[in-house]
Design a protein around this ligand. Structure first.
Ligand code: ZN
Length: 543
């Protein structure tokens, strides 16, 4: 007996063996059990996901000597005939080559006769969307009044091309694309049974190339096994598939994140020398960065990033210290470069230029990240200027603002005048906060205790929108209330009311815009930020 290709040798013979698609096989099993199986069934879904395989199993379920049953015996005459592909009462028709009206008329004439020895005559029409309009009309006639002994099963990759009149007479089942981990696991199982030694990387490359199709994956695996003597190395798989080593993709992203332009140019050169298609390499790199972004956005990207589990871990490690905004920027830039690379006369050069452009882009920080960094920096300044707990620490962080604030709230505070008034306690809270989150502490300086009654304190804060937003961030709000508990006592209920300041409200009556701009530019916080990011002040806007 000659070599039997894997997809035929291991074709599932019962619903349990079908890879994924349990949402379809379970529904069919229930329909059989409850006697509600329709006389026309449509299977739609991507190629190689099991449409005709499920149709054949269903044919067995219907015609099995012990049936109808969801678990056909696979030993009776009908089951054996269907397994061998020579069933007397099951007709597999290729819709693409039998798409004319006369083919369907012939089918109708044939369907009028009773089955040879089974319960039903079953017609499985593959690629049914290829039928001509006249053929569909002829098919509709028999679907409207089907003989009791006839059953139709249609398979299609394009259900949108099937007339609604046909669709409405079918029980429809949509098959899903098969995820990469399921394809890898299925191939690994077959290789084990066949005694074939192949690496997980090799299987990953095949599964990726198969793009959700089990049939394609097994056909590629067949091709690779034939081309390799003994154990199948990852290099052999790469040679046959023409894909690039997955490790190279991780090397590219690592070089981008560490700013090694030279390394990327070397990698591109290496791929070029090995005869790799530059456009294909770019597509794979683009997809790799897309997956990295998805992993960064979501700890468990699920089917969105179709990557095997062992790569998911590598990706998580690689993006751990990379800002989301930077990843998004890289992907956006690479996506825009795609249109230059595909039509380029010299795609290698186009690829190099694309990465040189990407490498010239520096990470940008989000507002949250920026505030966190400034806080950390400010923290360093505070700690170096004054010992912890000293009121001087506060003055050092923002001397100008503190002075003006003291004028507004004349209550002075110090360690030598207990018991503290509420205003003093509020100031103490600001001091405590300024050591851990200086930017947030600055926001609270505008706070005034407007009401104290029956263990209840109300703090009113009028500030600009930015500061109000900062106060109202859930984490910040919770921290402020926690500190309130520390300074006012746990039995006091503190409510904070925020209000956005009207334009010019922060300016103070005597200050013109020029003086305010100067004050902003010389503010220690601004100076620190300029120093931290090695930047310059482009403009100052009055809020
Ligand atoms: Zn049987």
């Amino acid at each position: 007996m000659g070599y039997l290709v894997l997809s035929r040798k291991y074709r599932p013979q019962c619903f349990e063996d079908v890879v994924r698609q349990t949402h379809v096989t379970r529904t069919l099993g229930n329909a059989i059990a409850s006697g509600r199986l329709a006389h026309a069934i449509l299977f739609s879904g991507p190629r190689g996901t099991g449409k005709t395989t499920i149709a054949r199993i269903l044919a067995k379920c219907v015609n099995c000597a012990s049936g109808p049953t969801a678990t056909p015996c696979n030993t009776c005459q009908s089951c054996r005939e269907i397994t061998s592909g020579h069933a007397a009462d099951v007709f597999e028709i290729d819709g693409a080559s039998n798409n004319k009206v006369e083919h369907v008329r012939e089918l109708r004439e044939n369907a009028a006769y009773m089955p040879a020895h089974s319960m039903r005559k079953i017609y499985i029409i593959d690629e049914v969307h290829m039928l001509s309009d006249a053929a569909f009309n002829a098919l509709l006639k028999i679907l409207e009044e089907p003989p009791a002994h006839v059953m139709f099963m249609f398979a299609t990759t394009e259900p949108n091309k099937i007339p609604i009149t046909i669709l409405s007479r079918c029980q429809r089942h949509d098959l899903r694309r098969i995820d990469i981990n399921a394809i890898i696991a299925h191939m690994a199982d077959l290789c084990r049974r066949e005694g074939i030694d192949i690496s997980e990387e090799g299987l990953t490359l095949i599964a990726r190339e198969a793009d959700g199709s089990i049939r394609d994956a097994l056909s590629l695996l067949d091709q690779i096994i034939c081309g390799a003597a003994g154990a199948v190395s990852t290099e052999t798989v790469m040679d046959i598939l023409g894909g690039i080593d997955r490790q190279i993709l991780f090397d590219v992203s690592a070089a981008v994140f560490t700013g090694q332009t030279g390394k990327i140019i070397d990698i591109i050169d290496g791929l070029y020398v090995r005869g790799q298609s530059m456009t294909r390499c770019f597509s794979e790199i683009l997809e790799h960065f897309r997956n990295l972004l998805l992993v960064k956005m979501n700890a468990d990207p699920g089917s969105l990033a179709d990557v095997p589990d062992h790569e998911l871990k590598l990706m998580r490690d690689q993006v751990a210290g990379i800002p989301l905004s930077y990843l998004s920027l890289i992907l956006d830039m690479l996506f825009k470069e795609e249109k230059h690379i595909k039509p380029a006369i010299n795609p290698k050069l186009a690829l190099e230029i694309a990465f040189i452009r990407v490498m010239q882009t520096k990470p940008v920080l989000s507002i949250d990240e920026l505030i966190e960094k400034i806080d950390r920096l400010q923290q360093g300044i505070v700690d170096s200027v004054a010992p912890p707990g000293s009121s001087a620490a506060h003055a050092a962080s923002a001397p100008g603002e503190t002075a003006s604030n003291l004028e507004e709230t004349p209550a002075t505070y110090g360690n030598d005048c207990p018991p503290e008034t509420d205003e003093q306690a509020w100031q103490k809270l600001i001091d405590m906060l300024s050591r851990e989150q200086p930017t947030l502490a600055v926001c609270l300086k505008e706070g005034i205790i407007s009401r104290t009654q029956n263990h209840q304190i109300q703090v009113d804060i009028t500030a600009n929108q930015f500061n109000i937003d900062n106060i109202n961030r859930p984490n910040n709000h919770a921290r402020i209330l926690q500190l309130c508990g520390d300074v006012f006592g746990g039995d006091v209920r503190v409510s904070i009311h925020t209000q956005v300041q009207k334009t010019g409200g922060n300016a103070g009556p005597g200050k013109d815009s020029k003086a305010l701009k100067k004050e902003a530019m010389t503010h220690p916080l601004v100076q620190s930020a300029v120093k931290l990011f090695n930047g310059k002040i482009v403009d100052v806007k009055l809020l």
